[in-house]
Design a protein around this ligand. Structure first.
Ligand code: URA
Length: 424
């Protein structure tokens, strides 16, 4: 087999055979196919697509590139959740301990932020002492003793995806539905969860900007999961405005702890409970009430044990950025729009995210929002507080906020629900 004929097949809108797919994924993982050849193929896939058979085979080949985990020794059913990524999306933090408090085991392999979207591991690393890197044995032990674990995927899990995702990130080929679906599902299937709930984000702050694209991505992933024996459900959820009132690492941990303490912003609580119900249902647990587990402190207990089991101090003071800058409302009225992408870029420029994989992030950096779309605001009141350790970043962050919000009258405002659709 030669790689040029595989690239030509897709370039000329042909269908890749099973043999071509198996070979190219294996040869790329082994280093026989070069990065420039794989990026040409990824671009051809982005432009010309893949059919369901090709996507299924591509996913199976990526799973076969590494190890598969096995949770069959656990006494509880496993349930996992994956978000396609957004701004202020801290849901995994309260959700994993909440679902564990309701009786499921939650093996949550998570990622880091890149670009304007945040990453769960970066957020949790703002908790002093907390470790994202666990061996498979440590992961299983935390899961067994606390019911939930949030950690980085080991190098052995879908290594083809690890290489390919890094390549796509620097070649403008992230936004291809077949590649996103196979990337996410290869890791989740290899991880060995029994059930999976997908939070597919739609809107300016998400990969999928339209509901049609989000539907196609969700149904592709649900099909892949189901074919591999993983009970999979997807919720399409709004990402036109940030989730909650914070975007940034320690800021989001603080808000997640508020949710676990029975408070927190209404949209974060609504989505956390909705996803918890879906995960419990998919895991076959029908008699638990996630709202009660938030109110009675049992989810908080699991959070504290989970953080401590990974070396973190749940009572430690979270880092606070050295400098703040307040953006005031320029007029009075109703906040009719607060754009997720612009807020995400501002948080990133303030130091919450990284431009290159090896860059460090600032734990305290980010954007705090003082109003949500639909709220009344008064001229001169604080609308946003920007946080950073490096004040020379304020100007660059402020540039991304030009045009980030509108203030008008209540007749200009239409509320968007948090949960848009369910696909099973
Ligand atoms: N998250 C992933 O894991 N892979 C993608 O391709 C996009 C988002």
């Amino acid at each position: 087999m030669d790689v040029i004929s595989v690239i030509r097949t897709k370039r000329d809108r042909g269908e890749l055979t099973d043999e071509q797919i198996d070979w190219v994924i294996d040869a790329y993982t082994r280093g026989e196919v070069a990065d420039e050849q794989m990026s040409a193929l990824a671009m051809a896939i982005l432009l010309n697509g893949m059919n369901r058979r090709e996507i299924a085979r591509w996913t199976a080949a990526m799973i076969a590139s590494g190890e598969r985990m096995d949770f069959s020794s656990l006494s509880r059913p496993t349930a996992d959740k994956h978000s396609t990524g957004g701004v202020g999306d801290k849901i995994t933090l309260p959700l994993a301990p909440l679902v564990a408090a309701c009786g499921a085991a939650v093996p949550q392999l998570s990622g880091r932020g890149l670009g304007h979207t945040g990453g769960t591991l970066d957020k949790l690393e703002s908790v002093p002492g907390w470790r994202a890197l666990l061996s498979n044995e440590e992961m299983l032990s935390v899961l067994d003793t606390t019911g939930a674990v949030i950690c980085a995927a080991g190098d052995g899990l879908a290594p083809a995806d690890k290489k390919l995702y890094a390549l796509r990130d620097v070649t403008g080929t992230v936004e291809a539905i077949p590649l996103i679906a196979s990337s996410i599902m290869s890791k989740k299937i290899a991880e060995g969860t029994g059930s999976l709930v997908l939070d597919v984000k739609v809107g300016s702050g998400a990969f999928m900007k339209t509901i049609e694209d989000a539907r196609e991505l969700a149904s592709t992933m649900v099909g892949l999961g189901t074919d591999h024996g993983v009970k999979t459900v997807a919720l399409l959820t709004d990402m036109s405005t940030p989730l909650g009132l914070t975007a940034g690492n320690a800021l989001e941990v603080r808000e997640s702890v508020e949710v676990l303490a029975g408070g927190g912003p209404a949209d974060v609580v609504e989505l956390t409970i909705a996803l918890a119900r879906e995960m419990l249902d998919a895991a076959g647990i029908r008699d638990a009430d996630p709202a009660k587990a938030l109110a009675d402190g049992s989810a908080m207990d699991v959070w504290r044990r989970m953080i401590a089991a990974q070396g973190g101090d749940p009572d430690a003071q979270l880092p606070v950025a050295r400098e703040q800058h307040v953006v005031k409302a320029p007029s009075s009225g109703v906040l009719t729009r607060l754009d997720a992408y612009d807020i995400g870029v501002a948080a990133w420029r303030l130091g919450a995210g990284r431009a290159r994989k090896e860059d460090p992030v600032q734990a305290g950096a980010g954007v705090e929002m003082h109003a949500k779309p639909g709220d009344e605001v008064t001229e001169g009141q604080p609308l946003l507080t920007l946080h950073t350790d490096t004040p020379d970043r304020f100007e660059y962050a402020l540039q991304s906020l030009e045009g980030a919000f509108d203030i008008g009258s209540s007749t200009d405002f239409t509320a968007t629900p948090v949960i848009l659709e369910r696909i099973a």
